[in-house]
Design a protein around this ligand. Sequence first.
Ligand code: CA
Ligand code: CA
Length: 495
Amino acid sequence: MKLLLAAFLLCLALTLNNGAPANPHGLSALGNDHGHPHGGPPGNDHGHSHGGPPGNDHGHPHGGPPGNDHGHPHGGPPGNDHGNPHCPNDKQDHHGPDRCDGVEFNAITPDEKGTTLFFLDNFMWMGFHGPAHFANESFEELDDIHHIGHVDAAFRMHDEENADDHDHIYFFLDEKVFSYYNHTMEAGYPKNIQEDFPGVPNHLDAAVECPKGECPANSVLFFKGHDVYTYDITTKTVKMKTWAHLPACTSAFRWNEHYYCFNKNNFSRFDPQTGDIAPGNYPKDARNYFMRCPNFGHGHGNKVPKCSDIKLDAITTDDTGKTYAFIGNQYLRMDTNRDGLHNFPITRQWNETINGVDAVFSYDGKLYMIKDNQVYIYKSAVPYKLIAGYPKTLKEELGIEGHVDAAFVCNGEHFVHVIQGDKMVKIDLMATPRAVSDAIPLSMSGIDAGLCSSEGVTVYKGSTFYKFASPLIFAASRMVPRPNPITSAMMVCED
Ligand SMILES: [Ca+2]
Ligand SMILES: [Ca+2]
C-alpha cells in the first residue's frame, strides 16, 4: 500500500513537471520566456556573428521552443514531454501521435490567450510541450459537423477595429471556414470560405495573420502550394503572388512578430511581404525550437537567469505602444507577454548599437538610443532606420555630458528627463540649441532605467522597480519607496 502511494506521488510529480512549460535549457541575457523555453526562437539568425556557435544567436546556446505560452511557471526537466508511460492515468494514454517523431503539422495558430495550438489529423497539442489531445475536445464542431478529421489551415484574426472578429480563431477545412472565440463557435459558422473571404480558394495549405505595420494593412496570408493570397481584411480584396523561393507552407505561424513557414518537420522564417527567407540556416528542424524533445534543442544545461539577477540597461515605450527592455546586447518586447516573451539581439532591429545601450527614450515618432557619449536616433517604424547624420555626441544633441543612466519622456510632453547618478536633468526637445532647464537632486542613485507612461514613472534599479505618480513626485520624493521585484511575468527569468 505504501509502495503504491509512493508510486502514485511519483507519477503525480512527473505529470506536474510534464505540464510545466518547457524550459530549461538556454537562456539569455533577458532570459527566456517566463522561464521556459529557452533560448531561442528561431528568430534570430541573421547571420551576424555575435559570438557563439552556429545556431546560437545570442551568444548563448539555446534551443528549445520559443517560450512558454501558458504563462505557467516553468520548471520540469528538459526533454521528454510525452508523459510518463509508467503512470496509469497519464493523459496521453489515448496513444496520440508523438510530435517528437518529426511530424508535419496540418495547422498552427495561437489561441485568444496566446497558447499555441498545433494540429495533426484529429489531434491537437496546446503549447510547446505536453501530450496530444483530440482536437474535438476543444473545438467540438470541427469534427462533429464535418467529420473531416483534420484542419487545412488556421490563424488568429488581428482586427482591433472590429471587436467581433479580433482574436477569433479561424479554421479552414476543405471549402468551409469556422470561427471560434474562447473555444466556442460563432453563430452562423461554418460558412463557405468565399462567403467570408471572397477570392480565397478552397483546400488551403496554410494561413497566417499579418497585422498592419508588419503588412501594409491588416491582412491574412493564405497559402496553397507556392501561391500566396494576401487578403486585406478591411477592403476584402486579395492579391495573389507566387513565392517559389519559399518552401510550400503546410502550416504557417506568427510568433512574436516573426513569421514561420512549416514544411514537413522543418520551418523557415520569412518576410510576410516578400516571402524572402530570413538570413540563417533555414530550413531548421522544428523539434529544436517549437517543442521540447529528448535529444533536440541546443544548450542543455544552460540556465534561465534568476529574476533577482536581472539588471536592465534601458526601457522605453514607442509611439505605437511597443515596450522594449534592453539588457546587454539583447532586447525584449514587454508588451507581448500573452504570446510568450523572448529576447533578441539588439542589432536585429537597431544595426548600429552593437555594444548595447545606456538609456533609450521615445519622442515624436523617434527612438533615441544613448551609448557612452553618443546619441543614435531611429525612426520608430519597422525596420528601424538610423537617421542620417547620427550618431552625434550627447553634447551636440542634448547639451549634456557624462554617463547617462536612464532617460524618459512622458506622453505628450516635449521634455526628456535624464538621470545621471543622483540627479535628474530636464531638457526641452523643442529648444535649439538644447540646454538643461532644470537639475534636481534625487533621493536615490544607481538607477538603471526609467519609463514614463499614463500610470506615471517607473524606475528600475537592479532586479527591482519603483513607481511614482509623476516625474515631479519622483523628483520631490525624499523617501525611497518600497521596491517591487522584477518577476517572471515581466521578463524572461526564474523567480
Ligand atoms: Ca495545412
Ligand atoms: Ca541605463
